[in-house]
Ligand binder design. Structure first.
Ligand code: JFZ
Length: 477
């Protein structure tokens, strides 16, 4: 396990989560300086058996649906007729909109077409195994009935329905795991929350602990008591999480629901690592990790962003992530009437059809035992924008693994017979996953090649199962 010997901070830097940790300004020029500074290694954390147990379902699941939904779906990227660039859910900050103005959106929030059963069905059709929804984003508006702040979907809107309660009930009916995104640090609605300097001045002058004790901590408690079993809490942008502040949240989670996972952006404790948004590491990572990703270029709905990722791209990213030991948390942004943009639904369902046939290569599958297929490091030792060694990634095929089996997913048709990477294990047989059609294999000097029919069965992605002697591959390097 390579990265057991890497400091948490170093990993965050390598995977872009340093911005999330509030260590780096997004896109700031000081990035590289900090990257160099933290390149040193620290001793490994010992694996924690209780954590490993908590993570079992997460490792099995691999693919989740992220939902960013809140008041920002109403302006949808425009304020007073002006286009506001950037992420849809950041419109209050980017404009910036004074609290008294932004609050008025609540009186217009009436998503009469919200149908939680349809949302859960979409996740199921898509082959996703968990849902994570924004319970309160940086704008401070709670999408649930909170007793500690009336700035919530039940008390401040004409809709008056507890969105999270209804979604939790729908998930329970369908055995879908549900987790909550909660912005613990930034709260632009509160005088003492982090982030809003246009109404409330600089963060350094705020009574931050007052906000934490009176709003954030009690709201996290509410989420963990009134909404059934919570799969995970997805904390984010840990600004000012110094001292015991992060630990106080961790204690709330652990004491109320010991099985609930904590993501990688609380600031202190976490059960798995979250990469930077849309960032997929170049190599296999030894510890549990997840890439949060957009399906277009925003999390919260923006009417002008229709630049969707194609089903083939999403399928590649999913298999690529699984082959490196991670999970893919892919986001959609519902509109203010409660409808999920049709194009994003269609894309998710297309990938879902592929998973119905090929899911065995994804769910519960482990990382590649090889790695040569991932790409090659720049011979001139160039670095990417995050300061990591630049890898020219190879995108033709990926490998995932289970006991006694390898799954080769081909995204391009191999031009000739395909040589299985060198391993000590003998190959027993090979077949296409989709239709179980056997493949001819040839073994010479201990190296086995696969002969594939042309054209390849599914031009988007075709999986070939290779069964081998023993449980675990022993690669020859
Ligand atoms: C955060 C939020 O600010 C954003 O609105 C969204 O909810 C997203 C999932 O998370 O944005 C981040 C956090 C971390 C990084 C980039 C954007 N990062 O580490 O690169």
């Amino acid at each position: 396990m390579k990265n057991r010997s890497m400091s948490r901070r170093d990993w965050m830097v390598r995977t872009g989560s340093a911005v999330a940790a509030g260590m780096l300004p997004p896109g700031g020029s000081s990035d590289l300086f900090i990257l160099e500074e933290h390149r040193q290694q620290t001793p490994a954390d010992p694996p924690d058996p209780i954590r490993e147990k908590r993570l079992e379902w997460f490792h099995e699941a691999k693919y989740g649906l992220f939902i960013h939904w809140g008041l920002y779906a109403i302006p949808a990227g425009q304020w007073n007729g002006q286009r506001v660039p950037g992420l849809g859910e950041w419109i209050m900050y980017r404009t910036p909109v004074p609290v008294r103005e932004y609050e008025k959106l609540a009186s217009r929030f009436n998503p009469v077409k919200f149908n939680p059963d349809e949302w859960v069905k979409l996740a199921k059709d898509a082959g996703m195994k968990y849902i994570v929804i924004t319970s309160k984003h940086h704008d401070g508006f709670a999408m649930f009935h909170s007793k500690v702040s009336s700035y919530n979907v039940v008390e401040a809107t004409p809709f008056k329905r507890d969105v999270l309660k209804e979604l939790a009930a729908a998930c329970a009916r369908e055995n879908m795991r549900l987790g909550f995104y909660y912005s613990q640090s930034q709260d632009w609605h509160e005088p003492n929350g982090a982030g809003n300097n246009w109404d409330f001045g600089p963060d350094e002058k705020k009574d931050y602990d007052q906000y934490l004790r009176d709003k954030a901590e009690p709201q996290v408690r509410e989420l963990l008591t009134g909404y059934g079993p919570v799969a995970l809490i997805w904390f984010d942008t840990p600004r000012m999480m110094t001292g015991d502040r992060g630990q106080r949240f961790a204690n709330i989670v652990r004491s109320l629901q010991p099985n609930t996972l904590i993501d990688g952006r609380l600031g202190t404790e976490g059960d798995y690592r979250s990469t930077g948004d849309n960032v997929i590491p170049g190599q296999v990572q030894g510890e549990a990790w997840e890439t949060p990703a957009t399906i277009n270029h925003t999390w919260g709905y923006r009417a002008d962003d229709t630049d969707w990722k194609a089903p083939g791209q999403i399928t590649f990213k999913l298999v690529d992530i699984v082959s490196k030991g991670g999970n893919y948390l892919l986001n959609i942004g519902p509109m203010s009437d409660g409808v999920i943009p049709q194009a994003s639904q269609d894309i998710l369902r297309t990938v879902g059809l592929w998973l119905q046939i090929n899911g065995e290569a994804v769910y519960g599958a482990g990382a590649t035992p090889f790695g040569e297929e991932l790409g090659e490091a720049s011979p001139r030792r160039a670095k990417n924008v995050r300061g990591e060694p630049l890898v020219y990634s190879q995108t033709e095929w990926r490998v995932t693994a289970k006991a006694g089996r390898l799954y080769f997913t081909f995204f391009e048709e191999p031009r000739a017979a395909f040589p299985i990477p060198a391993m000590k294990n003998a190959v027993k047989r090979a077949y296409r996953l989709a239709d179980r059609a056997p493949l001819k294999t040839k073994t010479e000097n201990g190296r086995t090649t696969l002969e594939m029919d042309r054209p390849i069965l599914d031009p988007m992605a075709t999986v070939v199962v290779v069964e081998f002697e023993g449980n675990k591959v022993e690669p020859i390097r």
